[in-house]
Design a binder for this molecule. Structure first.
Ligand SMILES: [Zn+2]
Length: 315
């Protein structure tokens, strides 16, 4: 009798663990980071926070999805990312606190519903610009199959680099390859030396690698290294999901973190270790002590599971 109960508990634990893993991995692929709502797996975003100043003419709004950057340029306001669905008015209310200028441009750092969710709130005259692959990913999203939401789709795209606006307002958009998705844009407010990194650097922890939208754990480190080399004169970074800005050095270090993670995945896989074992014996240098490796991301095996799959595949 006793033995049956113990066995039952073991089996049940296994089932729960498996369920947790699939619940945490499914959103990464199937629904992205919020297929319109929260992040999946029961995660809900904090409410919209009061608009905060980052630098002169540049602000950030946290909550209800990814961090929205608000850039007050000479002829209008540029938004970077529009949070989850139905937050357009709340975003606008915050923007009105700092300027009367109209919103003229939206840049989406990538396709996910917690970064593109309120695009369609803004009038069709607002110019929406994204990387080529993000445009293709957005066209596949359920929300944009509805005619009424199609004004939220991109009006313009870029491949590797483009510059918006003129003079001191100039904004450079860069793409360096797959990471979080296959369309992660880096948005640089040149005169302010500030970059919005989107979810390529969402926070100091394991990234979400959305393979269904072309993300890659194998290419992640190279993409960040290319960005770190190709982008000049940035001091401050707005992240996809942090409560505070980070520094350029943090961004450079994040590339190294992902390189160490991948190197450990290769070694552990070669040694026949499970993703869970790989996670357990993954040691990081002292400078990464503030990183959060617990929870989220693929359960107890973290991103090792998804990177193993990628390593076993074509590459
Ligand atoms: Zn995302």
């Amino acid at each position: 009798m006793r033995r049956t109960i113990v066995l039952g508990i073991i089996v049940l634990t296994g089932v729960i663990t498996a369920a947790m893993v699939s619940a945490q991995q499914a959103p990464a692929g199937a629904r992205g980071q919020g297929g319109g709502g929260g992040r999946g797996g029961g995660f809900t975003f904090p409410p919209i926070q009061p608009i905060e100043k980052v630098k002169d003419n540049l602000y950030m709004i946290q909550g209800e999805g990814g961090n929205t950057a608000v850039y007050v340029a000479e002829n209008g306001v540029v938004l970077v990312d529009t949070k989850v669905a139905d937050k357009g008015q709340a975003i606008l209310d915050q923007v009105k606190k700092v300027t009367d200028k109209p919103i003229t441009t939206i840049i989406n750092t990538h396709t996910h519903g917690d970064h593109t969710g309120s695009n369609q709130f803004f009038p069709a005259s607002v110019d929406i610009i994204v990387q080529d692959n993000t445009a293709a990913n957005m066209k596949k999203m359920e929300v944009f199959q509805q005619e009424a939401n199609k004004n939220g789709l991109p009006d313009r795209t870029f491949k590797d680099k483009t510059t918006l606006l003129k003079g001191k307002d100039e904004i450079d958009l860069y793409y360096f390859g797959p990471a979080h998705t296959n369309g992660d844009a880096f948005v640089v407010f040149k005169s302010l030396q500030v970059m919005h990194a989107g979810d390529a650097f969402a926070n100091k922890g394991q990234p979400l690698i959305d393979r269904n939208n072309g993300g890659s754990g194998v290419q992640y480190p190279d993409t960040l290294t290319k960005a770190a080399k190709g982008i000049k004169n940035v001091t401050t970074v707005i992240n996809g999901h942090t409560t505070m800005t980070t520094t350029w050095q943090d961004f450079v270090d994040y590339g190294e973190f992902n390189r160490l993670f991948l190197a450990h995945a290769r070694e552990a896989m070669k040694a026949g270790k499970s993703p869970e074992q790989a996670m357990m014996d993954f040691k990081l240098p002292e400078k990464f002590k503030g990183y959060n490796l617990a929870g989220g991301r693929g359960g107890p095996g973290g991103n090792f599971g998804i990177i193993y799959e990628e390593l076993k595949g074509a590459r």
